[in-house]
Design a protein around this ligand. Structure first.
Ligand SMILES: [Zn+2]
Ligand SMILES: [Zn+2]
Length: 346
């Protein structure tokens, strides 16, 4: 076991503070990663505040981790000391179910292990990326290509893969019209990725406040959803809509923007159940779907794609002692577009 410094919430809704945690000894197939940067995801805040139900405390959040391998177990074959690597939302899975065998570890039916607020196969709670170092099985580690800066790469491990996976699954590409709902941490990545995949991209945001940003990030069009004219003008337009917002949407209104066989895919979710008139999907054979992060193989594919297209996240690097203030700013949508903790300040 190794003691490392970390930022943790000692109890639900409590501010994060500097503390010390134990990392397990580096096992046969493990790598020890010297964390350089950790992104702040909105879901970190949900979990610290128990917005998604009972959580494990103390909690060290962080599932957008970029760093450098500083030790490798004797059985490690894919990584060596000095390699630039990333860790996302999962650090293990059952590895035996149909989904794991298909590279869809995020949908593991045998129980996957979340990077933090989870319980590892050793029965101990998992602690995330707001820390100096982490020990992870090499099968849940991905390589950060040389062309990507580690700070801009960190948010790709959650925000990047969460938007890349549905864009690929629903075949965003040349000739396809894709709408992105919401221009936050996830939305700004969805715009960059859909544009790089060759799709025609439209941002649907509450107001036109971030229009200049949206166009700079790669959107071809930008519309305010607070304007009822938007829904009239864009009726039947899109092949794919990716909703990144967790506020409740008028799903019927958004489904009316799809063409025949179009899909509305949710990567954000409101806390309350939604109601829907099913004629919204019956007419036009439409799909209302969801999508969760991506598998390990696809996460590597996403990083390679981002390196090939020069895509990183738009970030604001902060010191670890600014994390509580950063949480308040995330809740106020006052970040363009991702906070990243400089782990050297922990
Ligand atoms: Zn996340
Ligand atoms: Zn599994």
């Amino acid at each position: 076991m190794t003691s490392v410094a970390a930022y943790a919430a000692p109890a639900a809704k409590a501010p994060l503070e500097r503390t010390t945690i134990e990392r397990r000894a580096v096992g046969e197939h493990d790598v020890l990663i010297d964390i350089k940067y950790a992104g702040i995801c909105h879901s970190d805040i949900h979990q610290v505040r128990e917005g998604w139900g009972e959580a494990i405390f103390p909690m060290v959040p962080g599932h957008e981790i970029a760093g450098v391998v500083c030790k490798a177990g004797p059985g490690v074959t894919r990584f060596a000391v000095g390699d630039r690597v990333g860790v996302g939302c999962m650090v293990d899975s059952c590895r035996e179910c149909d989904n794991c065998r298909a590279g869809l570890e995020q949908y593991c039916t045998g129980g996957n292990v979340m990077t933090y607020n989870g319980v590892g196969k050793d029965g101990r709670p998992t602690y995330g990326g707001y820390s100096e170092k982490i020990v992870v099985d090499e099968n849940f580690v991905v390589r950060v290509p040389d062309g990507l800066a580690l700070d801009e790469a960190a948010p790709l491990l959650c925000a990047g893969i969460t938007t890349y996976s549905p864009l690929r699954h629903w075949q965003a590409g040349p000739g396809k019209k894709v709408a992105v709902v919401g221009l936050g941490g996830l939305g700004h990545m969805a715009v960059k990725l859909a544009h790089a995949l060759g799709a025609e991209v439209t941002v649907l945001s509450q107001s036109l406040r971030k229009k200049d940003d949206g166009l700079r990030l790669g959107a071809d069009h930008y519309h305010a959803t607070s304007d009822p004219e938007t829904f009239r003008a864009l009726a039947g337009r899109f092949d794919l809509i990716v909703s990144t917002v967790s506020a409740p949407l008028d799903f019927g209104a958004y489904l009316s923007l799809l063409r025949t066989d179009g899909a509305l895919v949710n990567v954000g979710a409101p806390e309350e159940p939604v109601s829907l008139n099913l004629f919204s999907v019956i007419g036009g054979r439409k799909t209302l779907a969801g999508s969760s992060i991506g598998g390990i193989r696809e996460t590597q594919e996403m990083l390679d794609f981002c390196a090939a297209h020069g895509i990183g996240a738009d970030i604001e690097v902060i010191r670890a002692d600014q994390v509580n203030e950063a949480y308040e700013r995330v809740l106020a949508s006052d970040v363009r577009y991702r906070f990243v903790i400089d782990a050297a300040t922990i």
